[in-house]
Design a protein around this ligand. Sequence first.
Ligand code: FES
Length: 155
Amino acid sequence: MRRSARSKIGIIAGALWVLLSACSDEEPVNQPIPDVPVSFEINLNTPQYELLSMPGNYVYIDNQGFRGIIIWHDWSGDFRAFDRACSYHPYEECATIHVDSTASSMICGHYEGRRWEPCCDSRFDMTGWPVQGPAVFPLKQYQVQRYGSRLLIQN
Ligand code: FES
């Protein structure tokens, strides 16, 4: 009985350590977002991407980049592609970048159902620069070239 209680305490302490160390303020530098080869094309005329034809909209692309990619059609008419890995601790489970509900910044965390759970509270503007810590480095960006209705995203 006593031993079981100790092991439960040990498991809880371990889980707390993992949780707290993911967002510790003690680490002096951010980790670089790993390089992975990226080269793919999307067609703005297909239903899943036609929203991107209008500035101010974005899509998430799974299974590309290190942690997925956000393609953003900015207000000046250019397209940007960001890796969804946070520049603070890109390997942490919670470190996925989402466009916030106003589409005016990008935030790090995840949804529990419909409830937002921030990771360490980093926030980035829509050019990928951190505007709220602990992240100090920008999000990784990929090149976007437009050929008519097609976008080529690559590094
Ligand atoms: S890794 Fe914690 S804020 Fe991004």
